[in-house]
Design a protein around this ligand. Structure first.
Ligand code: ADE
Length: 237
């Protein structure tokens, strides 16, 4: 039997899914480790929805608790990201092929940026079946007819990227489709526990200069769109 853990960093990233569960009437709230976990059903699937907080440590601790404490068999990370890959615009989507830390730097010992020393893998691979379900769900949603979804690498770090030079360095270092602050930490916890995962991110900004004229940050709408895609994915999974 599947039990799907859904993690968003911020309240706006989980509100829709939490409301959906609460409207079903049977959701149960559990407070553990400073986090509020909502357990119930979305469609026929048993789910646990949680806001993990921003950044890698919050994300990893939350994923570990979902897996060990709540018995989640699958993990979905939903939320916003800064677009990197060319062709990707604001309110387009990325589904993870894999995830890597752009701020893991042991280059002094000959490792490339992103490589965790003494670990067998460079990046953490998302579950192929879950990736396909995300693509199929996206294609089936009329409301996304004017949006794009690409499969690509997610780069994670404890930095909000709003600087062109930092963005360019991340492109050179790890060649991601987008950048955010939790996905790889969740992927890492899933990898160690042998749990399938996928990351779904809707682009809120272009991860470039905050000071530039055209800077846009569409966090609320992007967060909501991502959670609506997750709802469809859970119903199709
Ligand atoms: N999440 C959304 N936009 C982001 C950015 N530009 N950098 C890091 N995390 C983000």
């Amino acid at each position: 039997m599947k039990k799907i853990g859904i993690i968003g960093a911020m309240q706006i990233e989980i509100n829709h899914l939490k409301d959906l569960m609460l409207s079903g009437g049977e959701a149960k709230k559990t407070v553990e480790g400073g986090l509020e976990f909502y357990s119930g059903h979305i469609g026929k699937n048993e789910c646990v929805v949680v806001r993990c907080g921003v950044g890698k440590v919050n994300a990893a601790l939350c994923a570990q608790r979902l897996i060990l404490g709540f018995g989640c068999t699958h993990i979905i990370n939903t939320g916003i990201a800064g677009a990197i890959k060319s062709g990707l615009g604001i309110l387009d989507f990325v589904v993870s092929s894999d995830a890597v830390y752009h701020d893991m730097d042991a280059t002094g010992f000959g490792y490339k940026i992103g490589q965790i020393p003494q670990m067998d893998v460079y990046s953490f691979l998302a579950d192929e079946k879950m990736i396909q379900t995300v693509k199929k769900s996206f294609d089936g949603m009329d409301e996304f007819a004017n949006h794009h979804l690409i499969e690509g690498r997610i780069a994670t770090g404890d930095q909000f990227i709003s600087d062109k030079q930092k963005k360019e360095k991340i492109v050179r270092d790890v060649e991601p489709a987008c950048v955010e602050m939790e996905g790889c930490a969740i992927a890492h916890a899933c990898f160690l526990n042998k749990i399938p995962f996928v990351i779904i991110r809707c682009m809120s900004d272009m991860a470039d200069d905050l000071s530039s004229n055209g800077y846009e940050f569409n966090e609320s709408i992007a967060a909501d769109l991502s959670s609506r895609l997750v709802e469809k994915v859970i119903k199709e999974i």
